[in-house]
Design a protein around this ligand. Structure first.
Ligand SMILES: [Zn+2]
Ligand SMILES: [Zn+2]
Length: 440
């Protein structure tokens, strides 16, 4: 069985005929923010959801993937209907009636095996979901047949192990990303209020220009730039662009760069910069966090805002891990992807000694501070803690998969996970313990 290697689908640009609001060419993908550095795991009790059954009668015609297929042979290298993929995209556009839009999408999804988070509101759509490739891509095809979506940048990567999300949540949401006060009041539909998107190759050139490898060019390089990681600290901990400061942020919701009034705050790289002369190079996983946050910075007077179009995922797919160190944190059950997931032929560069300097949290065990072998987080085995943390193999063994000694004595402990597994629902562990007690 062959898996779909990461596929990037960029529809040809066609004329938009009935968009009400201006559409920006920068159109892509996702983001989920966590209240704390915890991942909601499948242990979280959740309402059942396939709301497809509640969809209204506005059923659009089903699109046959074969008939409308826009993928080239090389993009779709698979021969197994059960190949699962993860799809991410986002798009800012004005929906006059977002709830009717949701109903249309739910109706199309009836009978499709799709799980994930798809949020719609007056300013657009933000989607990340998994499914067998035929179902997952049928939804993309259906969307792209609509002129309003024909130019969206859709990112597809292999799911590794079936669904990457526990269930489907396709609904109206007042905010497309979790942000303090929501994003409904932000001018997301106005491209001039967002950062200028740079294609991966332009981004790479920009990084090479401002941060050259050789000393000669270093002397001539411009220092008037800030490379801003618009993610959370724990995401930076397993991978980031070289030269980016670790974000002092646990949740995108509370990001506040450039908002301090007067005093210089060490944790705010934008606190003391010249808003007119400094280039702010912003990046995040898929681009939406930068797009949203750049509107806030624009409102604060920052002039030279650039963002990496399609985010790190799009960059790794196109450029490989040039100027990039480590893995990419993702907000689904895969948690961490190596650059080769996106560009199999690309070789990750060896991590340099200075990456592990004592003041850096990069690739460090949260318990003992030693270097971790695998750039992948795990949830604490204590279900009532569930903290998402990096841990070395010795500490995993010593603390039986817990984040601290206290958690090892908690009443609801799960077994230590091996490999790339994620924890399942609590009753599975509870019941297996009951059974083994009964057998004893
Ligand atoms: Zn350790
Ligand atoms: Zn814990």
């Amino acid at each position: 069985m062959m898996r779909v290697s990461s596929v990037l689908l960029c529809g040809a640009t066609t004329t938009l005929t009935y968009t009400v609001a201006p559409i920006h060419p920068n159109t892509l993908r996702f983001t989920l923010c966590l209240a704390k550095p915890f991942l909601s795991s499948s242990t979280t009790p959740t309402k059942s959801t396939n709301r497809a059954t509640q969809a209204l009668a506005t059923t659009p015609p089903r699109v046959s993937l074969q008939r409308h297929c826009k993928f080239t042979e090389s993009e779709l290298v698979h021969d197994d209907d059960d190949d699962f993929v993860v799809v991410n995209f986002y798009h800012f556009l004005f929906f006059e009636d977002p709830k009717a839009e949701v109903a249309k999408h739910l109706s199309f999804m009836e009978g499709l095996d799709i799980r994930g988070r798809i949020y719609v509101n007056e300013q657009g759509i933000n989607a990340q979901y998994s499914g067998p490739s035929k179902d997952a891509l049928a939804y993309v095809e259906w969307l792209k047949d609509d002129d309003r979506f024909s130019d969206i940048l859709v990112q597809v990567s292999p799911a590794l192990n079936g669904h990457a999300f526990p269930k489907l949540r396709l609904r109206y949401k007042p905010s497309l990303v979790q942000f303090e006060g929501g994003d409904a009041h932000l001018p997301l539909l106005d491209p001039s209020m967002r950062a200028t998107p740079l294609e991966p190759s332009e981004w790479r050139k920009k990084l090479e220009a401002v941060n050259p490898v050789d000393d000669l060019s270093k002397e001539n390089s411009s220092s008037n730039y800030i490379l801003l990681d618009v993610r959370n600290g724990y995401e930076w901990d397993i991978g980031h662009f070289d030269g980016a400061q670790r974000p002092d942020v646990d949740c995108f919701r509370s990001t506040s760069y450039g908002l301090s009034q007067s005093e210089v705050i060490a944790s705010d790289p934008l606190a003391d910069v010249d808003k007119e002369k400094t280039d702010i190079l912003m990046y995040c996983t898929g681009g939406i966090r930068c797009d949203v946050y750049s509107t806030i910075l624009r409102q604060r007077g920052f002039q030279n805002l650039y963002t990496l179009e399609g985010g790190i995922a799009h960059y790794l797919k196109n450029e490989g891990p040039v100027k990039w160190t480590g893995n990419l944190f993702v907000f689904d059950s895969r948690l961490s992807l190596s650059p080769s997931t996106y560009k199999p032929e690309a070789k990750a560069k060896a991590i340099k000694r200075e990456e592990f300097s004592s003041d850096s949290a990069f690739a460090k065990c949260y318990v003992c501070g030693s270097q971790v072998c695998e750039l992948r987080h795990r949830n604490c085995a204590n279900i009532d803690c569930n903290f998402l943390f990096l841990c070395c193999t010795d500490c995993v063994k010593d603390l039986r998969g817990c984040c601290c000694a206290n958690c090892t004595t908690a009443p609801r402990l799960r077994p230590v996970l091996t490999g790339h597994q994620r924890y399942k629902k609590w009753h599975i562990y509870r019941d297996s313990e009951l059974l083994s007690n009964l057998a004893a």
